[in-house]
Design a protein around this ligand. Structure first.
Ligand SMILES: C[S@@+](CC[C@H](N)C(=O)[O-])C[C@H]1O[C@@H](n2cnc3c(N)ncnc32)[C@H](O)[C@@H]1O
Length: 160
């Protein structure tokens, strides 16, 4: 029997970035009043696979600060600031556009994906790749970074 050739994860990510679509095998579920919604798998992913893009509007740091003054706290959490090629950028994913990446929750202890910036048509895109094998029905998570997120102090290691 012939083995199926694995798609190169970076090429896979670029394909989905360019198409502006999300992959199959993922779905959004409501978890609870604290976490809200989350992204779950209905299929398995192998370590290294591209999972989804944190899709939104790429804006400058200056525009990010301007919007942060206007936005409600609930929208600000969808603004992802990052450094790329020595410059500060922000992805504003505050718009409810049905995309999956914006609904991925934080897990700073054992996240199952890791973020990577990939360049498509000269612009950075924040993509999540599996950092371990992921089974069907698992929640997709990544580490939001070192900020003092309020939920982190309220939970024990076993409940996130
Ligand atoms: C980018 S949104 C993620 C999607 C969000 N769960 C929703 O339903 O819209 C970030 C927000 O999700 C919630 N969140 C993310 N990770 C969490 C966690 N580990 N525990 C509790 N709440 C979390 C917090 O309310 C946070 O402000």
């Amino acid at each position: 029997m012939q083995r199926r050739r694995r798609i190169n994860p970076i090429d896979d990510a670029k394909y989905y970035v360019q198409s502006g679509r999300d992959k199959g095998g993922l779905d959004i579920q409501y978890i609870n009043a604290c976490k809200g919604r989350g992204l779950f798998t209905s299929t398995s992913f192998t370590k290294g696979d591209f999972v989804c893009e944190y899709r939104g509007e790429l804006i400058s740091q200056q525009e990010c600060k301007r919007r942060q003054r206007l936005y409600h706290e609930h929208l600000k959490v969808f603004m992802f600031e990052f450094k790329y090629n020595g410059k500060l950028w922000c992805i504003d994913a505050s718009k409810e556009d049905g995309s999956y990446g914006r609904l991925v929750n934080d897990n700073h202890i054992n996240p199952n994906t890791k973020k990577k910036y990939i360049t498509v048509q000269g612009k950075p895109h924040l993509c999540l790749f599996a950092n371990q094998d992921i089974n069907p029905r698992e929640e997709i998570t990544y580490n939001y970074g070192d900020s003092e997120w309020p939920w982190r102090s309220n939970v024990s290691k076993t409940t996130i």
